[in-house]
Write a new protein. Structure first.
Length: 137
């Protein structure tokens, strides 16, 4: 699905609804297992670590570090004029808990692996897309 800006929007499912809607309340909601307390992303109905079905959304800090990134220079979509940074952000809640996202509010030359970042939300129709910006001292 896309909206008037030309941005391709995610399909919201029962399991992903809290993730995509949390930003309207300023919350990054990530699934968490109630049995082993491991964090799970993307949201699925069972824990991949202990196989428990007792999983559901919890509010995460929204803080993390850039684990990897690339700079896109191709004009794939009108809503994303190049250049822009696509990054894997590792959340501070758990090693290996990563979101693929875009970095905003920074020059592409500033981006480095290990850079501390925090979540911001881009509200589009019925989803609030989590992007990340650098943490400024």
């Amino acid at each position: 699905m896309s909206n008037q800006s030309g941005r391709v929007l995610p399909e919201v499912t029962g399991e992903s609804r809290d993730f995509w809607a949390g930003g309207f309340e300023g919350e990054l909601r990530i699934y968490r297992c109630q049995s082993c307390r491991g964090w799970i992303h993307p949201p699925v109905g069972a824990c991949w670590q202990c196989r428990s079905l007792d999983v559901g959304p919890e509010v995460a800090s929204g803080k993390g570090t850039v684990a990897a990134f690339t700079v896109n220079h191709h004009p794939w979509l009108p809503a994303f004029p190049p250049p822009y940074v696509i990054a894997a952000v590792e959340l501070e809640e758990q090693p290996g808990l990563r979101l693929t996202t875009c970095l905003v509010e920074c020059d592409i030359d500033e981006v480095v692996v290990g850079m501390p970042v925090e979540v911001v939300f881009d509200e589009q129709d019925d989803v609030a897309i989590p992007f990340f910006k650098p943490v400024r001292a």
